[in-house]
Design a protein around this ligand. Sequence first.
Ligand SMILES: [Zn+2]
Length: 116
Amino acid sequence: MHEMALMGDILQLVERDAASREINQIEKIELVVGDLSNALPDALEMAFTVFRARGIGRLSSNAQLIILKEHAKAKCTVCAHEYEPEARLTICPECQLPSGRLIAGETFKVQSYEGS
Ligand SMILES: [Zn+2]
């Protein structure tokens, strides 16, 4: 489950930022996870729970993880049609050419976090 490693990286990143801002308790972390980002929200939640239970760093024992899902969206470079693709590479449903370019859905980032 590579979400364990992803979550570890996220917590390290937030921890470092919190340290630089003298935030002692991290209460909430908001992530944006794209449909095609290769990270599964359920597995991320589970990884977060495991880390939280271990009591690492400044993470509060009541800290919350909020996952904002970003739906995949593609735009055809030939006919400009926009649609929801199921994979990175897709055939445009309008002109049937393999010209769909992904414009959303690959995001994986920390949107914000809160602490005190
Ligand atoms: Zn097209």
